[in-house]
Write a new protein. Structure first.
Length: 125
């Protein structure tokens, strides 16, 4: 839940600020008065988030697993791990596919790094 809240805030915060800023610039609001209402909206959203955070309660005991259920799940997970280990051990060796996959990833990354270095070089010289 926390990661979802952070992700939402990380997207909505800048979108709201940019939208309100552009709207106020188009309305020809003086520059010194553009951000005051934006900050009030952000403070209100922060307060709502704080209240919502206070409303989060611990998980009810009825949703916890008993020791017997937990032991059965661990046994099942161990059995699945052992069977998956057998399948992984039988994988064919395909060096050509591995090489092609690394090239498909490595070439664009190398190009990006080289382009970044070239553009940074211009800034420092």
């Amino acid at each position: 839940r926390i990661l979802t809240a952070w992700s939402t805030a990380g997207i909505l915060g800048p979108v709201i600020v940019n939208y309100m800023h552009d709207m106020r610039v188009e309305a020809q609001v003086p520059f010194s008065e553009i951000y005051a209402p934006i900050f009030y909206i952000l403070a209100m959203m922060l307060a709502i988030g704080f209240i919502a955070n206070l409303m989060v309660r611990p998980v009810a005991k009825k949703f916890f697993m008993t020791d017997k259920e937990l032991l059965a799940e661990k046994k099942l997970a161990h059995e699945k791990f052992i069977s998956a280990k057998e399948v992984i051990g039988k994988a064919e060796k395909t060096p050509l596919i591995t090489l092609l996959a690394w090239l498909a990833v490595g070439i664009p990354i190398s190009y990006g790094i080289w382009s970044t270095i070239q553009k940074a070089w211009i800034l420092f010289h």
